[in-house]
Design a protein around this ligand. Structure first.
Ligand code: ZN
Ligand code: ZN
Length: 360
């Protein structure tokens, strides 16, 4: 096997390095993967810029990256679901499987979750990476490796729409047209939403949302009062949205989410901003607007894969930029500053399309 295991390691704030690491040894329930591609997520950029997210602090070197796909090159002796050569999407969080949360199926709440590139655990922007075999999802031949990597953000969208009970005829408001807002838009469409309004501070992002099928867009601006923005949103949906998904999590967007939602409707908060927010809680209570949290995803990967494999969701439209792993610094810069209208930036650990049966 090749000795090259070039790896992107975050040492601390503004200190991302490429270095050689030993090829990992696998345990009996794991597979060794030759990594194909890894998407850059807002959280990866956040760790680079701030060195922490909430209580998760980078205080020793950590391999970055968690939106990934690879090819199985070795199987542990207990592995039955995969064989060498399988192309897989990697669900990056592996729970303990033993605690009360795991046992009731809400494994995203497991306190012992090992999640890629969440300190202290390593991620997978590397050439060789080991992972629990049962958290790898075999891709059908017509699904590309990049689409496999995109199942990660897509699963966030699936989980958010499930938490909001989006279904046939739902009238959905999405706050934020970044990558998570956009995947939520794609999933809400596939689940049968009849009207979708999406908001953002950037007209460019709203244009992308429109091209992906958002029926209406609302530009958030400091020149409008909160009341005016709520009126504008509700004017686009005569009965007001019944499902609102806040993909920003800023105080201002969560306020808009509550105030815009129809009585009896539901607000789901995906984005996480500051620790505390001033919210119109009594308004929500008096109108029976449910407020629900979301933490990552749980049992959503296979659904996300089905949406892509069936063609119901065209996730590849979110990828705007491609870089080789040797260009990791440039890739992060592009994602961080949104250069060239960047939405999803993909880093390739192998030559592009090496493992695809059709070009991405
Ligand atoms: Zn992510
Ligand atoms: Zn657990």
């Amino acid at each position: 096997m090749a000795k090259d295991n070039l790896t992107a390691v975050l040492y601390g704030v503004e200190d991302l390095r490429l270095e050689q690491r030993p090829i990992p040894e696998i345990s009996d329930n794991e597979v060794l993967l030759e990594m194909d591609c890894v998407g850059i997520c807002g959280s990866d950029v956040h760790y680079l810029v701030h060195g922490r997210i909430g209580d998760f602090v980078v205080n020793k070197p950590m391999i970055i990256g968690h939106e990934a796909a690879g090819v199985v090159v070795k199987c542990g002796k207990n592995v039955k679901n995969l064989v060498v050569g399988d192309r897989v999407a990697i669900e990056p969080g592996v729970p303990c499987r033993l605690c009360q949360f795991c046992k009731i199926g809400k494994y995203n709440l497991c306190p012992d979750m090992v999640f890629c590139a969440t300190p202290p655990y390593d991620g997978n922007l590397t050439k060789y990476y080991r992972h629990a075999a049962d958290f790898c999802f075999k891709l059908p031949p017509h699904v590309t490796m990049e689409e496999g990597a995109l199942l990660e953000p897509l699963s966030v969208g699936v989980h958010a729409c499930r938490r909001a009970d989006v279904g046939l005829g739902s009238e959905v408001l999405i706050l934020g047209a970044g990558p998570i807002g956009l995947v939520t838009l794609l999933v809400a469409q596939s689940m049968g939403a009849s009207n979708i309004v999406i908001t953002d501070l950037s007209q460019n992002r709203l244009d992308v949302a429109k091209s992906l099928g958002a029926m209406h867009t609302v530009l958030i601006s400091k020149d409008k009062t909160e009341e005016q923005t709520v009126k504008e949103i509700q004017g686009l949906m005569p009965n007001s949205p019944d499902k609102t998904i806040d993909c920003c999590g800023a105080e201002s967007t969560t306020r808009l989410a509550i105030l815009s939602t129809r009585s009896g409707g539901c607000v789901v908060i995906v984005g996480m901003g500051g620790n505390e927010s001033k919210l119109p809680l009594i308004n929500a209570c008096a109108r029976e607007v449910d407020i629900r949290g979301v933490f990552r995803y749980c049992n959503d990967y296979s659904t996300a894969l089905a949406l892509v494999a069936s063609g119901k969701v065209d996730a590849k439209r979110l990828v705007t930029h491609h870089f080789d792993i040797t260009e990791t610094a440039k890739a992060f810069e592009t994602s961080r500053y949104g250069h060239g209208g960047a939405i999803k930036v993909m880093i390739h650990c192998q030559p592009r399309d090496k493992n695809n049966n059709k070009p991405f």
